[in-house]
Design a protein around this ligand. Structure first.
Ligand code: SIN
Length: 538
């Protein structure tokens, strides 16, 4: 048995998006924090967020209206306690963010305390604080600048977490307690044990499991797989949200065209320039995303066309350039001009509405293990997330988790290090092309069978295909050392299985889950919850 190098910290945070960094900053004046990011620290999902943060600042808006819009988008599955909890705590979290140096776009004329508020689908008011179309980039940079100044906050970039470490194996009576994690640092080819009193997963969602998606490649649900293996329940993974408008272009397949474009008047058109959304929903292009994305899919199938078009040419060029400067520049590099032509768009996987089951402080089923942000299932989003509620959830749960962690820490100690499990050994990359092929097969299965429109037969076939990929991988890689890509693919397959299992449990259509053989919602519905204990018994 070899002795591993080891890091000690009070709180170990995995993920460098809005949730992970905000929590780290709230904790770092009180305890030792280690934060790891899978890639470069700035490259979490937050960095790419174009939209903004939904918060009530308009004088004609109310907290009740924000709650109601969230519940309406969530299609009957939002937690009635969690929605007001998040909406009512938004203001002080935004003020905290501003105190960290965040500067939102201003509009001195508007009755919104000086902020320019934009609008997105499902919102009854202008409510989105933003920085033009690069809110996520500014948010990341603000938090990273602060984080780099904290002496008790250590940042480690480009690491992956191999597994979480708990006090005991799964058992039905006692809940396990987190004691740390095993991390892999590829640049040094080094496996390291982290001993921590508290571990927080802030790893984002799983949309990159889909062939077309708006996420960075790393957003493949790693935190969901880690938590599941540690003994946590997961919920509502069938509700993957598809964003209606990503660019249809071979050179930029993941480029999101922010919903704020529609908020500022952009319309969706067929190739002949005619609109179709007014006939689908009274809110037209500003209906909740599940409705718009599905209507687009149906229209593309009906017309046998590969894409539809987003048209904002009727707005003054100055307004477009003021609110969407980054998108305008990106599109120009592809010879497309937002001010002059309709832009080809398709829906793509965007956000994981379900995740690791947590309470209002981000506490999971494993003592000392928290999950915040997109990796978590808090109950806020229900069957379909309201636009720009995601960053808000990150900020509110970073605050509420910090409160709980600071209360819990004095009662916790580090647990005596245990020797390394012999199975957890990693090798440098080998056979990557075979693994790449398997990853592509997985993404194709997810896109074709677990996408915008599903059938029970398709889901059953998808599960069999994912199981077959798992079996092939297990046969090919039976003994350690495993290449790190194999460990990543195992996580992806595990999360894909969980998504399909959740989808098979839901025999109705609701929000982001549309099942052709059960096209209507049931009169009563509850969240889909899967438990690892029940699966390990079967
Ligand atoms: C967008 O800018 O359209 C995305 C915002 C979000 O997903 O909330």
């Amino acid at each position: 048995m070899r002795q591993l190098p080891e890091y000690f910290c009070d709180v170990f945070i995995v993920g460098s998006g809005a949730a992970g960094l905000s929590l780290a900053l709230r904790l770092a004046s009180h305890c030792q924090v280690l934060l790891v990011s899978q890639g470069p620290i700035s490259q979490g999902a937050t960095y790419y967020a174009q939209g903004g943060i939904a918060t009530v600042f308009d004088e004609t808006d109310t907290l009740e209206a924000h709650c109601q819009d969230t519940v309406t988008a969530g299609a009957g599955l939002c937690d009635p306690l969690v929605v007001p909890f998040v909406v009512h705590n938004a203001r002080h979290c935004i003020n905290w963010l501003i105190a960290q140096g965040m500067r939102f776009d201003q509009d001195r004329e508007a009755a919104s305390q000086g902020f320019h508020l934009t609008r997105e689908g499902g919102h009854s008011h202008r409510r989105i604080l933003h920085v033009a179309d690069t809110t996520g980039q500014h948010l990341s940079e603000t938090l990273i600048t602060q984080a780099r100044q904290h002496r008790s906050l250590r940042l480690l970039e480009s690491c992956s977490v191999v597994d979480l470490l708990t006090t005991q194996p799964l058992d039905l009576i006692q809940s396990p307690r987190i004691i740390g994690a095993m991390i892999w640092q590829p640049s040094q080819q080094k496996l390291t044990r982290v001993s921590a009193k508290v571990v927080v997963l802030a790893t984002g969602g799983a949309s990159s499991l889909y062939w077309h998606n708006t996420n960075a490649d790393r957003a493949a649900g790693e935190g969901i797989a880690l938590a599941w293996r540690a003994g946590c329940r997961v919920a509502n993974l069938e509700f993957n949200q598809f964003h209606p408008t990503t660019l249809y272009h071979p050179q930029a397949p993941n480029l999101l065209l922010t919903e704020a474009l529609r908020g500022e008047g952009a319309v969706l058109c067929r190739p002949d320039g005619s609109r179709f959304m007014p006939a689908v929903d009274a809110r037209a292009e500003l209906a909740p995303r599940d409705i718009v994305a599905r209507a687009m899919q149906q229209e593309m199938e009906r017309l046998s066309v590969p894409c539809l078009y987003l048209d904002i040419r009727h707005q003054p060029a100055a307004l477009i350039l003021q609110h969407f400067p980054a998108l305008y520049r990106q599109l120009r590099t592809l010879d497309l001009d937002l001010t002059q032509q309709p832009i080809p768009v398709v829906p793509a996987a965007h956000y994981t509405c379900g995740g690791v089951v947590v309470d209002q402080h981000g506490r999971s089923d494993v003592t000392g293990l928290y999950a915040i942000g997109e990796v978590s299932y808090t109950g806020l989003h229900g069957a379909n997330r309201l636009a720009s509620n995601a960053l808000l959830e990150c900020l509110v749960y970073a605050w509420s988790a910090a409160e709980a962690i600071l209360q819990q820490l004095p009662q916790l100690t580090w647990t005596k290090p245990v020797p390394l499990e012999t199975g957890v050994v990693i090798a440098a990359s080998t056979h990557t092309s075979a693994i790449l092929t398997q990853e592509q097969q997985l993404r194709t299965v997810m896109w074709q069978q677990v996408g915008l429109v599903r059938t029970t037969t398709g889901l059953t076939q998808a599960l069999a295909q994912i199981d077959a990929l798992q079996t092939a991988l297990d046969q090919e890689y039976q003994h350690p050392p495993f290449p790190e890509q194999v460990l990543a693919l195992r996580n992806k397959l595990q999360v894909a299985q969980l998504i399909v299992r959740c989808a098979l449990e839901r025999r109705e259509s609701r929000g982001g889950h549309y099942l052709q053989d059960y096209p209507e919602p049931l009169p009563q519905s509850t969240p889909t919850i899967l438990s690892p204990q029940i699966f390990s018994e079967n």
